[in-house]
Design a protein around this ligand. Structure first.
Ligand SMILES: *Cc1c(COP(=O)(O)O)cnc(C)c1O
Length: 357
C-alpha cells in the first residue's frame, strides 16, 4: 500500500460546461499523481498535487534517448448514481511492467499502480463527464530524470498520472473510417519494442500517419517489419476481421501492442460462440477475401475509440470497401457491450469493472 500525501488545489479550475465539446487530451483536471524513484531507495514520495508544470534539467535523460513509457485507460461515471469505474486497470499495470522490462525502467507493483490511478481519479471524480460516449482519459507515464548525457538506464524516474475529460471519440456516433495499409514504412520488428507502450514507437509512426492523412485516410495499418506482408495493427488500435463467419486477428508476435480492448473483444467473441483465430493474416489474403465476398467486417480496438469500424482499406492498388462502408453487426455489438460494461449499464460477467472510492 502506498502512503499517498494529498495536497488539494486552492485554485480549482472551471470545469467544462455541460454539452461543451471536449475533444481528446486537451483539458486537464485539478490534480495529478506523482511518485519518485531513486536507485537504492525504490519508489518513494507518493503524492497527489495540484496539476502543475514540472521542471527538469535540459540534460534529463528522457529528452535525449527516449527512456519513457506510458499507459492509457479511462474512468467512467454512472450518471444515475455517480458510481465511478475503471476498466481492467490491473491489465494496464501488468503491461506497464512488461514495457518497463523492455526499457530497463524499474518495476512498479501492480497494486501500487492501481492504487495511484484510483486515488487521483477519486480526488478529481467531479471532473468525469457523463454524457454518452464521454469519459475521463487517464494517462500514467514514467520518465527517466537523471541529469546525464551518457547512454545508460537512468537511476532516477518520475511516475505521474494526469487526467483529461474526453469527448466521444466519434462526435457524430460510430462512423467507419478509411485505413491505409502502409507498404513502405514499418513501425516495429520482432526483437524491437513494438509490444511496449513507449513514445519512440509513436515518433517512428508519424511520417506514415502524415502520408495516410495526405491521401485522405484517417489511420495507418502496419505490415510486419520483415516481409512487409502480414497485417500487424493500426496506429493506436489492434485490428480484427470477420472472414467467412470467423473472427480473425493477428497473433501477438512481439511487435504488436497487446491491447486490453483486443483481449476483451476476443474473450467476448468466444463467449458469444464465434470461432476466434489469432494468426498471421497477409494483406493478400484480405484482398482475396474481399474479392470472393467473405471479408464481412473489419474493426479496430483500443481504449480511445473502444471499437472503430473500418469501411475502407487501401493496399497498394486495391481499395477495398467493407460492408458497403457501414458498421457491421459484430462491431456494433462489441461497442455496445464493452461501453455498457465500462459505464455500469450492463452486467459485468467477467469481473472487469473496478469501482473507485
Ligand atoms: C495502446 C495501444 C493499443 C490499444 O491498446 P488498449 O489497451 O486496447 O487501449 C494498440 N496499439 C498501440 C500501438 C497502442 O499504443
Amino acid at each position: 500500500m502506498l502512503d499517498i500525501k494529498i495536497t488539494r488545489t486552492t485554485e480549482p479550475k472551471a470545469k467544462p460546461a455541460a454539452g461543451q465539446k471536449l475533444g481528446f487530451g486537451k483539458i486537464f483536471t485539478d490534480h495529478m499523481f506523482v511518485m519518485n524513484y531513486t536507485e537504492g531507495k525504490g519508489w518513494h514520495d507518493a503524492r497527489i498535487e495540484p496539476f502543475h508544470n514540472i521542471s527538469l534539467s535540459p540534460a534529463a535523460m528522457v529528452y535525449h534517448y527516449g527512456q519513457e513509457m506510458f499507459e492509457g485507460l479511462k474512468a467512467y461515471r454512472n450518471p444515475e448514481n455517480g458510481e465511478v469505474f475503471l476498466f481492467r486497470p490491473d491489465m494496464n499495470a501488468k503491461r506497464t511492467n512488461d514495457t518497463n522490462d523492455r526499457l530497463v525502467i524499474p518495476q512498479l507493483p501492480v497494486e501500487d499502480f492501481v492504487q495511484a490511478v484510483s486515488a487521483v481519479v477519486d480526488v478529481d471524480r467531479d471532473w468525469i463527464p457523463t454524457e454518452p460516449g464521454t469519459s475521463l482519459y487517464i494517462r500514467p507515464f514514467i520518465i527517466a530524470t537523471d541529469e546525464f548525457l551518457g547512454v545508460a538506464p537512468s537511476k532516477t524516474y518520475l511516475f505521474m498520472v494526469i487526467l483529461s475529460p474526453s469527448g466521444a471519440y466519434y462526435e457524430s456516433g460510430l462512423a467507419p473510417v478509411g485505413i491505409w495499409i502502409e507498404d513502405e514504412y514499418v513501425r516495429a520488428v520482432r526483437g524491437g519494442m513494438g509490444f511496449a507502450k513507449t513514445g519512440g514507437n509513436y515518433a517512428a509512426s508519424l511520417i506514415a500517419q502524415q502520408k495516410a492523412h495526405d491521401a485522405g485516410y484517417s489511420q495507418v495499418l502496419w505490415l510486419d517489419g520483415v516481409e512487409r506482408k502480414y497485417i500487424e495493427e493500426v496506429g493506436a488500435m489492434n485490428i480484427f476481421f470477420k472472414i467467412a463467419g470467423k473472427v480473425v486477428t493477428p497473433a501477438l508476435n512481439g511487435s504488436i501492442l497487446p491491447g486490453i480492448t483486443r483481449n476483451s473483444a476476443i474473450q467476448l467473441c468466444k463467449q458469444w460462440g464465434y470461432e476466434v483465430e489469432e494468426r498471421k493474416i497477409s494483406a493478400e489474403e484480405l484482398v482475396e477475401a474481399q474479392k470472393n465476398g467473405t471479408l464481412e467486417e473489419c474493426f479496430g480496438t483500443g481504449t480511445a475509440a473502444v471499437i472503430s469500424p473500418v469501411g475502407k482499406l487501401r493496399y497498394v492498388d486495391e481499395v477495398m470497401d467493407i460492408n458497403n462502408g457501414e458498421i457491421g453487426p459484430l462491431s456494433q455489438k462489441l461497442y455496445d457491450t464493452i461501453t455498457g460494461i465500462q459505464t455500469g449499464r450492463i452486467a459485468d460477467e467477467n469481473g472487469w469493472r473496478v469501482k473507485v472510492g
